[in-house]
Each structure stands twice: as C-alpha cells, then as structure tokens.
Design a protein around this ligand. Structure first.
Ligand SMILES: O=c1ccn([C@@H]2O[C@H](COP(=O)(O)O)[C@@H](O)[C@H]2O)c(=O)[nH]1
Length: 235
C-alpha cells in the first residue's frame, strides 16, 4: 500500500453552464478537483470553462493529439484558463509530447504550471478494440509502452484504467501522477467503460486521483453520490 491519498475528480460532462456549476457546487465538499472536457468546452468555450471551475482545481481534459507545432500552439492558448492538469494523447508520439512539455513550461509560470498528463489507452477500449486499430498484444503492454514514452518525453503523469495502476508502478515507479477514470461504485452501470474498478479498489491499487462522471452526475442525488465515493476513498 502506498502512502499517498486518492482524491476525487468529478467529471462535469454537460453542455450546460448552469448544470455544470450546480454539480460543482453540490459536490465541492467531497471532491479535490473538477473535470471539464470536450463536451463542455466545444459547447461553451474556454471562458465558460474558467468560470465554471471557480475556486476548484481544474482537470482540463482536452486530450490534445495533433502535430507537435499545433499541440504546442493550442497549449499556448490556455494561459487564461489556469488548469491544474491537462491532457494529451501519449500516442501522439515523443516529439508531440516533448513539444507539449516545452509549451506548458513557456506558457505558465512555475507556481501555476499544470501537470501534463499523457492519456495511455482509453478506458473504453478492451483488447479486441486495440487489435482492431492495429495494436497487437495486451492492453497492459500498450499502456506501459505509452506510459514509459510519455514520462521519458516530459509528462508529469498518466491517465490509465485502474487495472494498469499496479503494472505502471512496477514499470515506472512512484513518480508518475496517475489519474484514473473507469471507476464504478458497486452496482452502478458500466456504460461504455470497459476496464473498471470500484473507488476502493482503485485506491488500494494506488491511484492518485480517480475521475468519476455519470455515477455522480446521473445519480438522483449527486451530492450524496459524491459523498459516498469520498467515504469509500477515506475508509
Ligand atoms: O481513458 C479515459 C480518459 C478520460 N476519461 C474521462 O473520464 C470521465 C469518465 O466519466 P464516467 O461518466 O465516469 O464514465 C469522462 O469525462 C471521460 O471523458 C475516460 O473515461 N477514460
């Protein structure tokens, strides 16, 4: 068991600003950060992202994936958003990750620099899905391959499923910050997620952060759902 605690990020996946603010306020006592991603940002823009995040640390999950120059320029456009974490796809390759690293360092002052996280294999993919896109072997091997590449090229951490926390720690040690979606409290629907665990299982494996969306935001009482997950993490 690692000495680090596991904190909750609530994924505010909606197009609606008022709804996102409601969820943030309802869950703030139980969450360490909020996630805003493609759905909200495309619908409402970066100014709304900043406004919704308010005082909460912001996990800006835009999963950038393009040529190095374009990714670096996109990061340069995020100065006013002040994220605490931002994501790129590790499959964009070494040069893209290195360009993202340089852009983060150039864009943000040291004391307000977001963690740069490499998304490894999406938690909605299983081995069959991976083979279909031409990647042979296991999900675990691909996550370790991309995780190692991302860390070598300058990432601060990785996005992975709970199933790869232990293999990543064995391969890369304690340095990478591991942000872990694919979390489902016992009894909640998996939906499109393929590689899932409960909050307690992800904590036991050593997640730094878990990312939870629909089990909270689609619950009849989002505040109670977030409180239950926070209690599971603290138990
Ligand atoms: O591999 C990944 C990377 C990011 N996500 C994001 O996490 C949340 C999960 O939401 P749920 O509703 O709890 O499934 C969502 O915002 C994804 O974009 C991920 O699931 N998997």
């Amino acid at each position: 068991m690692r000495g680090r605690s596991t904190r909750l990020i609530v994924a505010l996946d909606t197009k609606d600003t008022a709804q996102a603010v409601n969820w943030r306020q309802a869950t703030a006592a139980h969450a360490g950060a909020v996630k805003l991603g493609l759905e909200f940002t495309y619908a409402s823009g970066l100014e709304a992202v900043r406004a919704v995040a308010g005082d909460s640390p912001l996990f800006l999950d835009l999963k950038l994936h393009d040529i190095p120059n374009t990714v670096a320029s996109a990061i340069g456009s995020l100065a006013g958003v002040r994220p605490a974490m931002l994501t790129i796809h590790a499959s964009g390759g070494r040069a893209m990750i290195a360009a993202a690293r340089a852009a983060v360092d150039a864009t943000f002052p040291a004391q307000a620099r977001p963690l740069l996280l490499g998304v490894t294999v999406l938690t909605s993919m299983d081995e069959a899905g991976l083979h279909e896109i031409g990647v042979p072997g296991s999900v675990k091997a691909q996550v370790i391959r991309l995780g190692r590449l991302a860390m070598e090229a300058g990432a601060d951490g990785l996005v992975c499923s709970p199933h790869e926390i232990t293999p990543l720690r064995q391969a890369l040690g304690e340095d990478p910050v591991l942000v872990v979606p694919g979390i489902r409290p016992a009894g909640s629907a998996a939906g499109d997620q393929k590689r899932i665990m409960t909050p307690a299982q992800a904590r036991a494996a050593g997640a730094d952060w878990i990312v939870v969306g629909r089990p909270i935001t689609r619950a009849a009482d989002p505040a109670a759902a977030a409180a239950a997950i926070a209690a599971e993490l603290a138990a």
